[in-house]
Design a protein around this ligand. Structure first.
Ligand SMILES: *Cc1c(COP(=O)(O)O)cnc(C)c1O
Length: 388
């Protein structure tokens, strides 16, 4: 349970970030990777781009994985070195490519031949060179929500693996393009290491194919996707980075001198964040009890968007229980105030008897939470605060 005494007295809803847990998480990643000189961990900025969080991750020595120029700029502003910034995304606009070239980022992760041609054209106009890796669609399934699997053949992401050699050859014909490697990303919230084993096997096959064609990749980028325990954030505050990194150490056959890149988002920041919201009304319907809170899907969209689960805690009831007041449990739907039926956080959920004014925490909300907030219904964007 989140400790209510560590919360700021500010207007709800808001996000609270436990920077001590973030530091522990970053240390756990470093402990697994620091002995490998040729490994690079890039934080996927799209998971959480709060400036203080970005600065802490940059200061810990990580690189950044960006999917827009806005993210590249946020990463640069937070102190990530340009030489450790990679830029992916199926639809990079010309102005984004131009600015990223001028910023001299490490490389573009290119997702189509059409994009490669545009990058080449812009690099030529700017009289510079572009370092590119190709995002190859490995066509491996991942055990996760249908909306967040990205490495199947039918997904929009990446270049078909059958086209890899042809596209690398095309790149080598382009005067202003430096082909630097292969990039993969199979999905998110993956908890079965078998998915990453399958990715390693596929990368090994593709590397053999590349080698047979007389080609060489300096960089292999395996993307991100490691999941976290949404059910038990206090039992598993730090994800199993040992299992994750060892899967790649054991499964990948890297070539001499090859650099290995990881792009972790959710697993770095999810557990350190909670959305704090206040109960507006406890409404007794004909067959259900509703806890209506002041946060909605405009503040945390994952339940409405992906059917995702966030553990709900009544922090005020917990402190009442601590003061010996008996509390029975009730079964509630916890819902937001937005004018959409999908604005529901949990249904048929057991909570201590809940009252107007109680503070509620939605746990494990540090990733894809604040950053996905919208102003629908002309609502204020939630702010993010650091825990004392
Ligand atoms: C979203 C994304 C990541 C991070 O994924 P997580 O599941 O948050 O670790 C990494 N690489 C790319 C290309 C992405 O789009």
């Amino acid at each position: 349970m989140l400790d209510i005494t560590h919360l700021p007295r500010v207007q709800t809803p808001y996000y609270i970030y436990d920077t001590a847990l973030l530091a522990r998480t970053l240390d756990a990643i470093k402990a697994e990777t620091c002995t490998h000189d040729h490994w690079h961990v890039h934080y996927a900025v799209k998971a959480n781009a709060h400036p203080d969080i970005l600065r802490q991750i940059a200061a810990a020595g990580f690189g950044a994985d960006c999917v827009s120029f806005g993210e590249v700029q946020a990463a640069l502003d937070a102190g990530f070195p340009a030489s450790e910034i990679v830029f992916a995304g199926v639809g990079k606009a010309d102005w984004e490519i131009r600015k990223a070239l001028k910023a001299d980022i490490a490389m573009f992760n290119v997702e189509s031949l059409e994009e490669l041609e545009v990058i080449h054209e812009i690099a030529t106009l700017l009289n510079t060179r572009a370092r590119v890796s190709f995002r190859i669609n490995p066509d491996v399934g991942a055990h996760t929500l249908a909306h967040i699997t990205t490495g199947k053949a039918e997904n929009k992401f990446g270049i078909a693996k059958e086209d890899m050699v042809r596209v690398v050859r095309e790149a080598q014909q382009m005067a202003r393009i430096d082909f630097t490697g292969l990039h993969f990303h199979i999905g998110s919230q993956l908890l079965e290491m078998d998915d990453f084993v399958a990715l390693c096997t596929r990368i090994n096959e593709l590397q053999d194919e590349l080698e047979a064609a007389g080609l060489h990749a300096d960089n292999i980028n395996v993307g991100g996707g490691l999941g976290i325990d949404y059910e038990a954030p206090d039992t598993h505050p730090v994800p199993d980075f040992k299992a994750y990194f060892q899967t790649f150490a054991a499964g990948l056959r890297l070539r001499a001198g090859q650099q290995l890149h990881f792009e972790l988002g959710r697993s770095v920041v999810a557990q350190m964040g909670s959305l704090i919201t206040r109960v507006l009304y406890v409404k007794h319907g004909t067959s259900k009890h509703f806890v209506i809170v002041d946060a909605g899907f405009t503040d945390l969209i994952r339940p409405a968007f992906y059917g995702a689960y966030h553990k709900v805690e009544n922090l005020s009831a917990a402190s009442r229980t601590a003061s010996q007041e008996a509390t029975e449990e009730n079964i509630y739907d916890v819902v937001g105030p937005i004018c959409e039926s999908s604005d529901v956080f949990v249904t048929d959920y057991a909570l201590p008897a809940t009252r107007r004014g109680d503070l509620i925490a939605l746990r494990s909300a540090g990733a894809y939470g604040e950053i996905m907030a919208s102003r629908y219904n002309c609502r204020e964007l939630p702010k993010g605060y650091l825990m004392e």
